[in-house]
Design a protein around this ligand. Structure first.
Ligand code: ZN
Length: 134
């Protein structure tokens, strides 16, 4: 397989997965977890996946205003906030919505929905499935 260097500033790295897709983590501490993609970052080749790669952010308690001015929301609670951090796309695999298995994404030209004679679809890699994903 050819892996040429990608020129910066040209096309962003091609993401085969996008927001709303369900993916399974295939490497790292969250291996085996599945979640929905909340955000995709094509430029950095990263995705933000719901409930995956959680990091704990410590937040200091702070007073955001004069006491009593706006009621009870004045003082923010200090504490630990858990939130997902983006992880690299190669660490996740798309879960096929048809067969429910993580799959390598392939592109194929198939008959479209009538508007076009054919368009590019993402296609499930499994031989017993092979269905278009979107
Ligand atoms: Zn499938």
């Amino acid at each position: 397989m050819a892996t040429g260097k990608q020129k910066l500033g040209e096309y962003p790295a091609k993401l085969r997965i996008k927001k709303g897709d369900t993916v399974q983590v295939i490497a790292g501490k969250d291996k085996g977890k599945t979640g929905k993609i909340l955000r995709a970052f094509p430029k950095t080749n990263k995705v933000l996946v719901e409930g995956v790669n959680m990091i704990i952010k410590h937040q200091k308690a702070r007073n955001t205003g004069r006491p009593g001015a706006m009621g009870a929301q004045q003082i923010e609670q200090g504490g630990r906030i858990e939130k997902p951090a983006p992880l690299y796309v190669p660490k996740v695999m798309l879960v096929c919505p048809n067969c429910g298995k993580p799959t390598r994404v392939q592109y194929e030209y198939r008959e479209g929905d009538g508007k076009l004679s054919s368009r590019k679809f993402r296609v499930c890699h499994h031989v017993d499935c092979g269905k278009a994903i979107d």
